[in-house]
Design a protein around this ligand. Structure first.
Ligand SMILES: Nc1ncnc2c1ncn2[C@@H]1O[C@H](COP(=O)(O)OP(=O)(O)OP(=O)(O)O)[C@@H](O)[C@H]1O
Length: 315
């Protein structure tokens, strides 16, 4: 658990982070979102002591981070930055091995870990281990950056605009992968972005920052249902609230049983798709309902246009 209490950072006369208090629970992904210059990166960098707070307290699992030597602290916290920050003259495998080497892991354990992470991030070890960063695409470099941050199995990972440089399609795939990896590894993640869609897609909780202050910290649903401040409503896009709500619900969770007396719907969505995707499909096909299919492709129920509309209504 990461706890921030009254954390403030001045540069000159200006508090670029101003009296921020929040708690990130173990295993959660907290997304810090706000405009450029709102203080997001500074806030993140105080957690691993790349920046020291002017006042306030930051603790991890009850331990004040200012009492832990910075280099020791950073070995236990993964850090991913935009543009990935890979070492250009080291191979992919050597990049990923950076922290395990610092920790003195035996060679064979490092080699196993590197292969495991490459596979987890869908980069074939045989092809990528010996390559250099400049031989990879932006998306591949970014995945290597994530693998490096995860290498020593940190409990905490800090990510600063990790997907900023990716094109929209790779970006959305990278976001899905990150969610899946987090679910598997159980890491606590704090991710900074200026992209509200990304925040809604990834965050268990979202902190909306403006001018150094956190205007609201809550679940995506809270942000839409109960914006604490008109600026939050403006940033979350009040006009898009319905679509954002639909994006939070899985079709499988909204599925209703089939009515045996009517023929099954001719089109379908996977249970893992969101109702936002289901709505897009309903509009596109002109149908009034869709079958919802499970992992094995078999129908598990249906979603109707009427139920999608209900889920998107203002809470
Ligand atoms: N080392 C520094 N010295 C002086 N001012 C700084 C320093 N680092 C950051 N700032 C200022 O603090 C403010 C917040 O910067 P920060 O990088 O935290 O914002 P951000 O929300 O992450 O922005 P972006 O999305 O553009 O990266 C900015 O106005 C920035 O110019």
């Amino acid at each position: 658990m990461i706890r921030l209490e009254g954390v403030t950072r001045f540069y000159g006369e200006r508090a670029v982070v101003d009296d921020v208090s929040l708690v990130v629970e173990k295993g959660e992904m907290a997304v810090v979102v706000g405009r450029s210059g709102s203080g997001k990166s500074t806030l993140l960098r105080m957690i691993n002591r790349l920046v020291e707070p002017t006042s306030g307290l930051i603790s991890i699992d009850g331990r004040d981070v200012s009492t832990v030597p910075a280099h020791v602290l950073r070995r236990g916290i993964g850090y991913v930055i935009q543009g990935h920050g890979l070492f250009p003259h080291r191979t992919v495998a050597d990049n990923i091995a950076t922290v395990p080497r610092l920790l003195g892991w035996p060679r064979d354990r490092i080699a196993r870990r590197v292969s495991e992470l490459l596979e987890l991030l869908q980069l074939s070890p045989a092809r990528f281990s010996g390559q250099y960063p400049h031989q990879l695409s932006g998306g591949e470099q970014q995945r290597v950056g994530v693998a490096r941050a995860l290498a020593a199995g940190p409990d905490i990972v800090l990510m600063d605009e990790p997907f900023g440089a990716l094109d929209p399609i790779i970006r959305s795939k990278a976001q899905d992968d990150l969610k899946a990896i987090q679910a598997r590894l159980g890491a606590t993640i704090v991710l900074v972005t200026h992209d509200m869609d990304e925040a809604f897609r990834l965050g268990d909780r979202i902190a909306v920052m403006e001018a150094g202050r956190v205007l609201q910290y809550g679940t995506p649903r809270d942000m839409i249902a109960r914006p604490a401040d008109p600026r939050v409503a403006e940033l979350t896009g009040s006009g898009e609230g319905a679509l954002r709500l639909l994006a939070l619900v899985r079709a499988g969770d909204a599925a209703e049983p089939f009515d045996a007396s009517t023929p099954p719907p001719s089109h379908s969505v996977p249970a893992g798709a969101s109702l936002r995707e289901a709505l897009a499909s309903l509009l596109w096909t002109g149908e009034g309902e869709l079958a919802v299919t499970g992992d094995d492709g078999r129908p598990v129920g249906r979603v109707t246009l009427a139920s999608v509309l209900r889920h998107g209504r203002s809470p």
